[in-house]
Unconditional design. Sequence first.
Length: 247
Amino acid sequence: MSAGKVLEVERLSVAYGKVLAVRDVSLSVAPGSIVTVIGPNGAGKTTLLGAIAGLLPAHGALRCFGANAMQWPVEERVARGIVLVPEKRELFASMSVADNLLLGGFARRRDRTVTAKLDDVYGRFPRLAERRAQLAGTLSGGERQMLALGRALMAAPKLLLLDEPSLGLAPLVVRDIFAIIAALRATGVALLLVEQNARAALQVADYGYVLETGELALEGPSTELASNPRVAATYLGQGGKLRAAAS
């Protein structure tokens, strides 16, 4: 494995009983970069993130920040800066926006920076600042995704794992969410983004992997993947155009 990577995954496999959901997947994330994993529903993308976050048992090699992370429990991964924003967001619906954010910073409560982090989140998400006293369960879908991202940032992540951040959101809201994701690169945090919206993911990412039936099918710089005929036809809705050009 090479030096200087935030995350290095080598031949990672995850099974549910006798069913192998992820098979021999290898990928890496460089500091300050956005890497995306795209693929169809059921390809194993969420399972892959769950294994990296420590939520699922896995086999293979996993290095984070240059150290062997395979045996780290979930709590240690979070403490070291590996933070997952799950697909279902998993907010505390009966608690306020502010309390949800403060819970995100719970592991950092002793370093006296929680207030500064909260101010930073409110600056990054003005809508959350406006709704700080509102119950999380009453927010719109886009606002809930902002809250999920803000809560993750409260944990001072070095590696942010994003699982389907555009799921269930209107197109205009998706654009806003991906603009926020792109802006996070400037903070120095590295991002591993799992997405079914391949077009949006490849536009924001530096490098991409295509996962199909639990195995890597393609990888490369995001601009190259976006122009790959197979990716364009299968994931970018350009199959008809390609067939017309070929004829």
